[in-house]
Write a protein that binds this ligand. Structure first.
Ligand code: KIV
Ligand code: ZN
Length: 381
């Protein structure tokens, strides 16, 4: 029996912080319902004190969504926590996500607090949040650049105050997988009361490491992942839910954990979030990109047509995508061309096929892709 990893989705909070994105309450609710069907365990619905719109969205999702924990973000301030508590009042299982920075950089430039003051502020915030729920997550912003001994002290103190999940954000996307894993491991080894809380990975993608760092955190013993659909979020984004979910399925042999995610719904949810946020998914995006199951070179097409496993480690249908696609380009070969012609109902003698193939090669050299209409013209000529 494998451990379960809690999937905490922050598409509607950190994801919505993507420059240029604004979701209405109705749109958040539509995405929220899709996330529940997908199997996420916690939905971070917004930052209620930040605007009336965010308050309304959190309150609406808290009221309407069942079978999921609805979470609201706050700074480590009583006023923020009170507003979040009110917005979450109708939730089946409300979670308050509070905290503040732990790196000397954030303490000095942003918070203008000493380490001791920040620690005390964090502890008071957790105690205050307990008025509203026992389900309290504490974030240590910029953990990735913080002094570990201080991080250990903060973790111990906020768990003592009542935090049940400890979020270890690599806020600036600065870390590499080995470092992030070792940070999680060292917290588990050094904090005496760590058995009373779940450690959570929250990674940003500034150096393209968000997914790798999150998975490294899971290997290090974290049992919650904070992710966003399509990896949207501040700057270069958050860890992509679909990438982590599929890595944990495809490499279960390595990670030995399970989630409640239904992979067959990933492509649909990705398209919904892309449509409502206006953020296009890059064609070569892992798992949900338009090219994720397309094969264009002759060598790959030949392999995939002989046996899909030669170049695909997951079936497109397993993530709700349409079947694998053979895309004809100047790099394609006879096997791919014959396959596409057969799909269109054509069957030629070897001699005739060779004639068509020669024409195809000439045509493909001048085009990005040879489509069905091009093939019809080739055959007709
Ligand atoms: O990246 C970060 O540190 C955050 C926290 C507010 C959780 O998003
Ligand atoms: Zn973040």
């Amino acid at each position: 029996m494998y451990d379960r990893v809690t999937v905490f989705d922050t598409t509607l909070r950190d994801g919505e912080q993507s420059p240029g994105v604004r979701l209405s309450t109705d749109e958040k609710l539509e995405i929220g319902r899709a996330l529940v069907d997908l199997g996420v365990n916690v939905i971070e619905a917004g930052f209620p004190v930040s605007s009336p719109g965010d308050f309304d969205a959190v309150r609406t999702l808290a009221r309407e969504l069942d079978g999921v924990q609805v979470c609201a973000l706050t700074r480590a301030r009583k006023a923020d926590i009170d507003v979040a508590g009110e917005a979450l009042s109708a939730a089946e299982d409300p979670r308050i996500h509070t905290g503040l920075g732990v790196s000397d950089n954030h303490l000095h430039y942003k918070l203008k607090m000493s380490r001791a003051e920040a620690l005390e502020t964090g502890v008071s915030a957790v105690r205050h949040a307990k008025r509203y729920t026992d389900n309290i997550e504490y974030f240590m912003e910029d953990s990735g650049r913080a002094d570990r001994e201080y991080v250990f002290r903060v973790v111990e103190a906020v768990i003592d105050a009542g935090a049940t999940t400890i979020n270890v954000p690599d806020t600036t996307g600065y870390m590499y997988p080995g470092e992030y894993r070792s940070l999680i491991e060292s917290i588990r080894e050094s904090v005496p009361n760590i058995d009373k809380a779940v450690l959570s990975c929250h990674c940003h993608n500034d150096l393209g490491m968000a997914t790798a760092n999150t998975l490294a955190g899971v290997l290090g013993g974290a049992r919650q992942v904070e992710v966003a659909i399509n990896g949207i979020g501040e700057r270069a984004g958050n860890t992509a839910l679909e990438e982590v979910a599929m890595a944990l399925v495809i490499r279960r042999d390595l990670f030995e954990v399970e989630t409640d995610i239904n992979p067959g719904l990933l492509t649909g949810v990705s398209q919904l979030v892309s449509r409502l946020t206006g953020m296009m998914v890059q064609r070569n995006k892992a798992v949900v990109g338009a090219n994720a199951f397309s094969h264009s070179s002759g060598i790959h097409q030949d392999g995939v047509l002989k046996d899909r496993s030669t170049y695909e480690i997951m079936a497109p249908e397993s993530v709700g995508a349409e079947k694998s696609e053979i895309v004809l380009t100047a790099r394609s070969g006879r096997h791919g061309l014959r396959h596409r012609l057969a799909q269109m109902g054509f069957d030629f003698t070897e001699e005739r096929f060779e004639e068509i193939y020669e024409k195809f090669v000439t045509m493909a050299d001048g085009k990005r892709e040879v489509g069905a209409e091009d093939l019809r013209q080739l055959v007709a000529s």
